[in-house]
Each structure stands twice: as C-alpha cells, then as structure tokens.
Design a protein around this ligand. Structure first.
Ligand code: NAD
Ligand code: TYD
Length: 361
C-alpha cells in the first residue's frame, strides 16, 4: 500500500479528502495537523480504529518533525492543505497567515526537497508534491470578465490571498530551480460537511436554524463559484495521480451565485425542513452589515484544463449539494457544539460586534 503525507487533514477540505481516500482503501495516510481553531479531531472520528490513518499533531513549519515523518513513513506524495484559510481573520490579524502560509510552507518545501533529493531512482521519479491553493490569488473579476484560467496574472487583494499567492510562487520556484516534482491547484469556494461556521454557508445554516441574523456584507451581490467539497477531493486525487509536473490546474464548480442567491436557497430549504418554525420565513433574518474591507466582487473559474487533460467534471449540482450540506449540519449537533467553543463565540463577537448583536433576533 502506498503512503501519502497529508497536511491540514483535520480541517474542512483535508478531512473530507482523508476520509474519501481511506474509504477507497488504497492509500495509507499520515496526517499532520496543528489543530488550530479550524482543525477538529472530530472530523476524523470515523478513522479512530483505522490502522492506515496515522494522525500527528504538529506544525508544517517544524522542520525536524517533518523531516522525521518523511524519513519514517517514506510517502510517495505530500498533499499540502495546511493553511490559515479565512479572509476576515486575515484582515483582523494577518501575521498568522504570513507565518503558516508563507514561512511554514517554505519550511515544509525545504524538508520535502531534502527528502526527495535523497530518494533512490524509482521512488524519486514517482514522488509528487501537490500544493492546494485558491482562486483568490487571481484577484477580483468584473461582471463581463472571462473566468480565471491558469495563465491569469496573480493579483491577490487580501492578506489571505496574498499569503497563498506567495506560497504558490515558492512552489513554482522549487519546481523550476530544484526540479521538485510539484503540482498546484487553484480551486473556487468549497462547501459541504465539516466546514467551520465562520464561512458563509455553514454560518448562514447555523444562524438560520437558531433564528440569529444572517449577516450579509455590503449589497450581497458579490459572486462566488461554488464547488461541493467531494468534487474538489476527486479532482485533487486525479491531479496527484495524473497531473503533469510543474503544472497548475484550476478547479471550479461552473456555479456562479451572488451571496444573496445562496442565502435565499438556504432559507427556503430551512422553511421546508421546519415548516412550523417561528423564524419562518428564514429570509426575514437577512441583515445587511458593513462590507468586508477590500471585498473581492466576483470569482469564477475556468476548469477546462482539468476536463481536457484529466477528464474531471463536477458531479454534484448546487441544488443537491446544498441540501446535503444543510442536512449534515442538522444531523451533527455534537460536531456543531464542539466548534462553538468560547473561542469561537469570542471571534464572532469581536468580528461582527454590535451590528450583529443589536438586531433584535
Ligand atoms: P481549514 O481552515 O478548514 O483547515 C486548515 C487546516 O490546516 C486545519 O485543520 C488547521 O488546523 C491546519 N493548519 C493550519 N496551520 C497549520 C500549520 N502551521 N501546520 C499544520 N496544520 C495547520 O481550511 P480548508 O477550507 O480545509 O482549506 C484547505 C486548503 O484549501 C487551504 O490551503 C485553502 O487555502 C485551500 N482552499 C480552500 C477553499 C475553501 O473554499 N475552503 C477553496 C480553495 C482552496
Ligand atoms: P467566505 O465564506 O468567507 O469565503 P471567501 O471570502 O473566501 O470567498 O465568504 C463568501 C462570500 O460571502 C464573500 O463574498 C463574503 C460573504 N460573506 C457575507 O456576506 N457574510 C458573512 O458573514 C460571511 C462570513 C461572508
């Protein structure tokens, strides 16, 4: 059985990826995660007795730990999901983003380079590093612009996207300078089970259920291109197994929606699932709040390279994916409670402040 080192595998996308991989049963997974507020061991509960999932609590920037893990487990691929991932947090406190997404990612690259350089011929040939990144590195589109493609110039606008852009550039440089067999993916907004409820969709679902305001930044007309997380995970598996070395692959859902459209769909699902709720119609909970600083207007991804070269296509429609997602949050109250810790509430209070608390719901 081959071994892959997955970093950030206790977070939203990483844990969905690890669970899917273990379900397929062909890969042993060593999972290195620092368990920040976004990393949740409950995400990996199903793997508690799985001998082929080895969880290591640690930082990708801990060079001696990473080197030892590489030596001990000899992975044939590393998939790097570990990152600080929330734009709003990067506005309030950019330093953690620079630390993890730039400095620690650089250290991870160095550790991998040393490991890879010493691998014997066939193993060296087969090794891959897949760096998981975001479409936000390309900046913001105007309504009439074509979607982002792999050659779209980088123009990051938030500390989050700037730090991810920096890591993408480092990965690119390690391919060109050292020949490290890298692959980079830039994906659009994901949604699905286990997403931390600071992000739009889970926040709206959980606030809606409990009759709290649904805070929409600005005019609610910002557009995101939504992709169900399992489709992203399938794309990543294809890229790591069949992607061309040094290449970038854009992954998106062909599913552009304004934030208001997304929230209206969630509200109508909640109306349907809770016909007797005193919060019905849930859309009445919508509350317009101050816009995010530097808020990107529109993201959209052109995934034709993924389709052409790797035969990938998103399988989930937004209509079915959003229903599955809402149901998942309803059916996992223990998980929801675990993430709604004091630290989480403190963040919500600091971030949304009085605008959210004083709306009377
Ligand atoms: P997440 O915040 O849910 O999870 C990140 C995980 O990384 C957490 O488990 C956290 O504990 C871990 N982590 C953070 N810093 C670490 C460090 N220094 N060392 C080890 N582990 C660390 O994020 P996510 O939404 O699952 O995103 C995963 C990756 O995919 C990120 O690189 C992100 O930029 C990228 N991405 C996310 C989206 C999206 O919509 N969520 C879209 C495109 C790309
Ligand atoms: P988010 O889920 O934070 O993802 P990203 O900023 O990485 O795209 O936000 C998605 C969109 O929803 C974005 O345009 C900001 C908006 N948004 C709100 O309107 N209200 C909120 O409370 C949040 C968290 C996001």
């Amino acid at each position: 059985m081959k071994t892959w080192l997955v970093t950030g595998g206790a977070g939203f996308i990483g844990s969905n990826f690890v669970l899917a991989e273990r379900k397929l049963g062909k890969t042993r997974v060593v999972n290195l995660d620092r368990l920040t507020y976004a990393g949740n061991p409950l995400n990996l509960e199903e793997l508690r007795d799985d001998p082929h999932h080895i969880f290591i609590h640690g930082d990708i920037g801990n060079s001696s730990l990473v080197r030892q893990l590489l030596r001990d487990h000899r992975p044939s691929a590393v998939l790097n999901f570990a990152a600080e991932s929330h734009v709003d947090r990067s506005i309030v406190g950019p330093e953690d983003f620079i630390q993890t997404n730039v400095v620690s990612t650089f250290r991870l690259l160095e550790a991998i380079r040393h490991y890879w350089e010493e691998l014997p011929g066939a193993e060296k040939e087969a090794f891959r590093l897949l760096h998981v990144s975001t479409d936000e590195v390309y900046g913001s589109l105007k309504p009439e612009d074509a979607p982002f493609h792999e050659a779209t110039p980088y123009a990051p606008n938030s500390p989050y996207s700037a730090s991810k852009a920096a890591s993408d550039h480092l990965v690119r440089a390690y391919f060109h300078t050292f020949g490290l067999p890298t692959l980079t993916t830039n994906c659009s907004n994901n949604y699905g089970p286990k997403q931390f409820p600071e992000k739009l969709i889970p926040l709206m679902v959980l606030n809606g259920i409990s009759g709290k305001p649904l805070p929409i930044y600005g005019d609610g007309q910002n557009v995101r291109d939504w992709l169900y997380v399992e489709d992203h995970c399938k794309a990543l598996r294809l890229v790591v197994e069949r992607g061309r070395l040094g290449e970038v692959y854009n992954i998106g859902g062909k599913c552009e929606k304004t934030n208001l459209e997304v929230i209206r769909v969630i509200c109508s699902i909640l109306d349907e699932l809770f016909p007797d709720s005193c919060y019905k119609p849930h859309a009445s909970l919508v509350t317009f709040v101050k816009d995010r600083a530097g808020h990107d207007r529109r993201y959209a991804i052109d995934s034709s390279k993924m389709e052409r070269e790797l035969g990938w296509q998103a399988q989930e429609t937004f209509e079915s994916g959003i229903r599955k997602t809402v149901r998942w949050y309803l059916e996992h109250p223990g998980w929801v409670e675990s993430v709604q810790t004091g630290a989480y509430r403190e963040w919500v209070r600091r971030h949304y402040g009085e605008q959210k608390l004083n709306t009377g719901h």
